[in-house]
Design a protein around this ligand. Structure first.
Ligand code: HCB
Length: 216
C-alpha cells in the first residue's frame, strides 16, 4: 500500500467511525515509515474536517461525531508515544495549555500539548472548560519565567472569551509576562490582531514552530 493510501485509510476510518480500524491504520502508518505528525495532519485531521462538514450539513449527528472522536483517540494512543520520541528541544520555557471556558473539544488541544512537550516545553495542562480567573492565577504563579499561554477554542462562542483573557491579563498587569498563542478552527489571524494576542497556528506542528519563535 502506498503512503497516500495509508493516509486515506486513516482519514476514512475516522469518517466511518471505525475505532479498531483507525488504531490498526495508525500502526500500519508507522510500520510504513510515515511520521506520527504526518499521520495526524494528513490523515486523521483530514477525516475530522470531513466529519465536521457532514455535521454542519446535517448528514450526521452527535453520536457519530463522538464515535469519530473515539476512533481518533484510539489512533492517538498508538501515535502519541512516537510523538514523544520525536522530541527535539529542551528547556525552552513553560506552556500553559487549555481549552477556553464553555468548550470541551480537546482533541486538538491534546495534540498541541503533546507537540509542545515534544519540543522541549514544560507543559502545564489545565484541561478543558477553563475560566479566565484560573488562567490569571496560573500566569501569576509563573511570572518571571519564560511562559506562553496556549489556548484552544473550537466554537465561535468560546473564542469570544479569548478577548476577555487578553483584557484580564492587561488589567492584572500580567500581559508583558506571558506570550499568548490562540488556535482552533474558528481562530484567524485577523481575530488575533483584533484582540492583541501574539500568534495563532494552523496545526500542532505549526504551533510548536510558532511557540519556539515566540520564546526567542
Ligand atoms: Co463539536 N462542534 N460540538 N464536538 N465538533 C464543532 C467544533 C463544530 C465546528 C461542528 C460544526 O457545526 N461544523 C461546532 C462549533 C460551531 C461553532 O461554534 N462555530 C460544534 C458544536 C456546535 C458542538 C456542540 C455544541 C454540539 C451540541 O451539543 N449540539 C458540542 C459542544 C460541547 C462543548 O464544547 N460545550 C459539541 C461536541 C462535540 C463532541 C463531544 C461530539 C466532539 C468533541 C470530542 C473531544 O474533543 N473530546 C466534537 C467534535 C469532534 C467536533 C469536530 C467534528 C471536530 C473537532 C476536532 O477534534 N478536530 C468539530 C468540527 C470542526 O472542527 N471542523 C465540531 C480535529 C482537531 C485535530 O483539530 O481544530 O481541534 P482542531 O485542532 C487543530 C488546530 O486547530 C490547531 O492544532 C490542532 C491540531 O492540528 N490548534 C491550535 C488547536 N488548538 C490550538 C491552540 C493553539 O494555540 C494553536 C493551534
Amino acid at each position: 500500500m502506498s503512503n497516500q493510501e495509508i493516509l486515506d485509510k486513516l482519514r476514512d476510518t475516522i469518517v466511518t467511525q471505525n475505532i479498531n480500524g483507525c488504531a490498526e491504520a495508525a500502526k500500519e502508518a508507522l510500520a510504513a515509515g510515515l511520521s506520527a505528525v504526518e499521520s495526524i495532519e494528513n490523515g486523521l485531521s483530514v477525516g475530522m474536517k470531513i466529519v465536521g462538514d457532514k455535521f454542519e450539513a446535517a448528514e450526521i449527528y452527535l453520536p457519530q461525531i463522538m464515535m469519530s472522536a473515539k476512533a481518533m483517540n484510539a489512533a492517538m494512543e498508538v501515535l502519541t508515544p512516537e510523538l514523544e520520541k520525536e522530541q527535539t528541544g529542551e528547556g525552552v520555557g513553560t506552556a500553559i495549555t487549555y481549552v477556553q471556558e464553555g468548550d470541551i473539544h480537546d482533541i486538538g488541544h491534546r495534540l498541541v500539548s503533546t507537540m509542545l512537550g515534544a519540543n522541549g516545553f514544560k507543559i502545564i495542562d489545565l484541561g478543558v472548560d477553563v475560566a479566565n480567573d484560573k488562567l490569571m492565577e496560573e500566569v501569576a504563579k509563573n511570572k518571571g519565567h519564560k511562559t506562553i499561554l496556549v489556548g484552544s477554542a473550537l466554537m465561535t462562542t468560546s473564542m469570544l472569551s479569548q478577548k476577555d483573557t487578553i483584557e484580564m491579563l492587561k488589567e492584572e498587569g500580567l500581559r508583558d509576562s506571558v506570550k499568548v498563542m490562540f488556535g482552533g478552527a474558528p481562530v484567524s489571524q485577523s481575530w488575533i490582531d483584533e484582540i492583541g494576542a501574539d500568534a495563532t497556528a494552523e496545526n500542532a506542528a505549526d504551533a510548536a514552530r510558532v511557540a519556539l519563535n515566540l520564546m526567542k
